[in-house]
Structures are given as structure tokens and as C-alpha cells.
Design a protein around this ligand. Sequence first.
Ligand SMILES: [Zn+2]
Length: 444
Amino acid sequence: MEDIIRILHESNIPSVKVHLADLHLLMYADDIVILASNPIDLQNKINLVANYFCMNDLRVNLEKTKVVIFSNKNRGKRLEPKLFWGENEIEIVDKYKYLGVTFYSRINYNNITADFMTRGKVAETEVFSLFNKTKIRTFDSRLKLFDALVKSTLMYCSSIWGINNVKRFVTFQNEFLRKLFNLPRKTPVWFLRMETNCISIETTYIKNVLKFWSKIIMLPEDNLVKLCYKALKLRTNKKTMKHNWYRSLKNLLEQYDCEYVLENEPNVSNVQDVLKKLKEINTCISKIIEISKSRDICKMQQSTSMPFYQNIKTHYNKELYLNFNLSWSNIKIVLQLRANMSQIYNNHDNKVIKLLDLQNFYDDLTDSNCQCCNLSESENFYHLLFVCPRYKLLRQKYLPVSITMSQNNYLSYFNELTEERTRNINLFIKYALFSRDTVLNPII
Ligand SMILES: [Zn+2]
């Protein structure tokens, strides 16, 4: 197949220029992409390739052969050119899947991002059904499955297409953790990360993209990827170029004061120089992780929605109860109580219960006062666990306390838990919700 490239180069049909490279064709395994900057050049190249196929007894799969016109301009269907392979007209399409990635005629990565988000969601649904079917217990094993099956699907090739959409990965990770623990939408992302010690997916992304970048800079000067990279780098400040991968990478690193790592690309023939750069990249990644964590800590300290969490959270670490050998619903309830969002999973009938305090947050019309007593207090976790007289007997049995619990300190009851205490908390919740249900939904 090498001679088809030579034939095209000798043909006088203009090539597509990328920095110093002259391109006519991209070949990978048995896939061929013919590149041209206008329909006439394209038709001439197709004719040459078709001729070559004919002479060499090769066959093309015309079903899969399509034309994509890359442009950011709107053009009507009537203005589309007609292109032929021999006698057969080739269909012009708006998108084409090549090596696992869908390329859209409108040059923009948002569509590709949306595609991968959808694929990620499909994988996530499968992982959740796996969680339910197989009774996987601990948080660690759940996270491992998420990383292996969802994150890998979601982030495939994302070093390229995801560079302007990193926030969408963050939302994805956030939604996964919220769903895993049945928490309401208003749960802050910093809480989820601190409680589980899951570093922000943004830092994972930056780590991946820096590794990708280090591979590019180590490539030989005449490598096509390297040439594309150089072309982008030269045009970093070109305002008319709306999308520039190198510029986006720089902007991303600037958010962590780490753009310096892109400077002084190493001399590839100098091993010391290369090793020094790789070390610098690793230092930079550690720095980004630390900055990301300290930003979470800062948000915790300033939080108005979860003002008491900082009283019990002293380290950015994974809480031990997450890996207790208990059923997942038991573990989930502890996290829900510590989140203090008034949303709790009722193991008994697989339902998520919003206490009136939270219902009031989403729907102003609801009165948030507890309906199970006459104290006229908002029904939140503190009231349910330590105040409401309706659950007094249950409390004595399952939540024995040695000091008076106040709104400010009651979360400490859920710190340094043992498995036994976790079980008792769960029994209290189970019976209290049952008792609450008979008041709120009486059988008439
Ligand atoms: Zn009450």
C-alpha cells in the first residue's frame, strides 16, 4: 500500500498541509482516510485510489465509505458536491466513527464529549445493576468496578477531546457518588470527595493529559502527531483559531499555577534532560492533587449548608466504616447521616425518604415541622435522632448517649464508629422510619 502514497505525492494534486507535513492519506490497519481541501482535489484523489484498487485487485467496502465535509459554516444540502467511486456516488454524512471516536462535520469537541458522556452513563447503569445483583459489599470494590468499567469508557482518548470540557467529568463523578449513596442534588461535591477520599476526577484528567503530552514531546520531529502539536503550539495566541488544544492545556494548568511545566521541552537525545522533565511532571501532578484537596478543605470551612461537618472531619481520608463488612444499605445510611442532608434510604422498602426539612427546601409549600410530635421543630436528622419524643424508647435502646447531644455536636456520634454501633444506628433508623410512616401515612 506504500506506493499509493508515492503515486499521490507524484500526482500534482495539492496535499493538505499540517505544519511541515504534506498529507494525502491516513492509513490505519485496513482503514483509509483521504484528505483534501476541496471537492475537486478529493475527487481526483479518489479516482487515483480507485484506479490503484482496480489494478491491484483490491476491494473497497462502499457501504462504509463516506465523505465528511469539515467546516464551521452552515451549508445547504443543495450546495453539497457530488463525489463518486467509479460509477457509485459516495454518500455525504455529518459524522463518521473512526477508530472508536465519532468525528463531526462541525469541528468542535462538544459533540464528541456528549457522545462519551452517553457511553459513560450506559456503562454506569450496567455497573449499578452489577452492584445490586452481586451484593458487592465494600466501597473500595465498588470504586474499583467504576474505574475499570465506567471511567475507562468515559475517558477513552479524552486527553484530546475532553480538554475544554473537564467540568463535565467532574459533574459525572459527582453524580456517580451521589447516586451510590442516595444523596440529594444539593449535596456538595467537596463533601463526597473528602468523606471517601476520592480525588477530583479533574486531577486524574490532568494527570492523563500530562502523560499524553510527555509522550508527544518525546516523539521524533517528523512524526505526524508531533507536527500537529507543533502547529498548534505555534498558534497558541492566534485569536481567530477558536479551538487550540495546546492553548486549552495551558489554560487548564494555569488554574493550578502549573503552566511552567510546559516550558523547556527536553532534548530527546539527552537522557538526563528527559528524566528531569518526567520528574518535573510528577512533582507537578502531586502539587495539583494537593491544591485540589486544600480547595475542598477550604470549602468545608466556609460551608453554610454543612456547617458542622468540619467538627468531625479532621483529615482528608477515607472513613473506615465505608469498608465495614456490613450490607451496603447499612454503610450508606451512616454516610447519609454524616452528610446531614435529611435524605435517608429506607432499607425496609427500598425507598429514599426526604425528611420534611429537605422537602421544604425543594418545595416551599411544605411545612417542615415534625408531624410526629408537638414540639414545632423542623424535622431534620438532629430532631429525628436525638430530640423527637416519639422515638424515645428506640433511642434508649439503640442510640445510648453519655452527653447531651446538641445541633452542633451530634454528628460526633457518627465518628469513629464500630461495626456494632453502625448496626445499632441502622436498627434505630429502620424502626424510627417505620414508626414515622404510621403517622405520616396512616392506614385509614
Ligand atoms: Zn418530632
